[in-house]
Design a protein around this ligand. Structure first.
Ligand code: CP
Length: 310
């Protein structure tokens, strides 16, 4: 059916073929993302960036992607400066924003907000993170990073380490990795395991999933070590956060027990889970991962707004 005019709320909204189409287009977008080629695919388009939670990478890589392809953006980056602060509903906000721009990129603290926004909008909505729910465009750039490093996704052994309960990036990524036949290894503090719904969904897909509690065992056979931050902002109780804070840390000593070609990924921001000494090793893929957000979002925006990329 093609991606033109579609919403992207959950990674489950995309078929394997559609994900492959986006990843292929993303590779062709790299020279545009690097500024070596001038893009005009989105000339005269206006995008609304509605961010009601903090963001560095997602908002700015969407804005970079849009502007490098000729689009303009209007942005809510500070939720306290929008009229939602006066009590306006998300529904009314989104309905109105959809009459201003050609697409809405939404980040919001409530799980399910993306789906609600899509119902309120007559323009495409891209979910840029809904609470502890989903972050589908992050998954696309995560897949692009693994594909660039290994040339394939199938058969990779991917360790998902950290806060698997509240980490929306892993909720989306786990589904996509299962679609592509990767093997999943879950490693988290006992109270921060993958939500039951996500786990059941993976089981229904027939995904190969194991759990490992010791970090050195998780790292030993990994192709990808996907590290996440403990999502402090999702804890209702500071004391509960304190019990798990700092419970894992990746440094060069940990990596010495892994495969030479293993890559370390992180959606970022990191808050101590990866030691800075890792940055200088060939394992560190997280800054490249953050860059790939630009070509991936270029491809996504072009396909959704125009039906084609390059
Ligand atoms: N990966 C990610 O979502 O980063 P930001 O919160 O900075 O957008």
């Amino acid at each position: 059916m093609g991606l033109k005019g579609r919403d992207l709320i959950s990674i489950r909204d995309l078929s394997r073929e559609e994900i492959e189409e986006i990843l292929k287009a993303s590779r062709r977008m790299i020279p545009y993302a690097e500024g070596q080629k001038a893009g005009h695919q989105l000339d005269d388009r206006l995008l609304v960036m509605a961010f009601f939670e903090p963001s560095t990478r997602t908002r700015l890589s969407f804005e970079t992607a849009a502007q490098r392809l000729g689009a303009r953006c209007v942005t809510i980056a500070d939720p306290t400066a929008s009229s939602m602060r006066k009590g306006e509903s998300l529904h009314d906000t989104v309905r109105m924003l959809s009459s201003y721009g050609d697409a809405i990129i939404l980040r919001h603290p409530n799980e399910g907000s993306g789906r609600l926004a899509a119902m309120a909008s007559d323009k495409p909505v891209i979910n840029a993170g809904d609470g502890a729910g989903q972050h589908p465009s992050q998954t696309l750039l995560d897949l692009a990073t693994m594909q660039e490093a290994f040339g394939t996704l199938s058969g990779l052994r991917v360790v998902l380490l950290g806060d698997l309960k509240y980490g929306r990036t892993v909720h989306s990524l786990a589904h996509a990795l299962a679609v592509f036949g990767a093997e999943l290894v879950l490693s988290s503090p006992p109270t921060l395991g993958l939500p039951e719904e996500v786990r059941e969904h993976l089981d229904q897909m027939g995904a190969k999933v194991t759990e490992v509690d010791q970090l050195h065992r998780a790292v030993r056979d990994a192709d990808v070590l996907y590290v996440t931050r403990i999502q402090k902002e999702r804890f209702g109780d500071e004391a509960e956060y304190s019990k798990v804070a700092g419970s894992y840390r990746i440094d060069n000593a940990v990596l010495a027990g892994g495969k030479p070609r293993m890559i370390v990924m992180h959606p970022l921001p990191r808050t101590g889970e990866i030691a800075p000494e890792v940055d200088g090793t060939t394992h560190a893929a997280y800054f490249r991962q953050a860059f790939l957000g630009v070509p991936v979002r270029m491809a996504l925006l072009s396909l959704i707004l125009t039906g084609k990329a390059v």
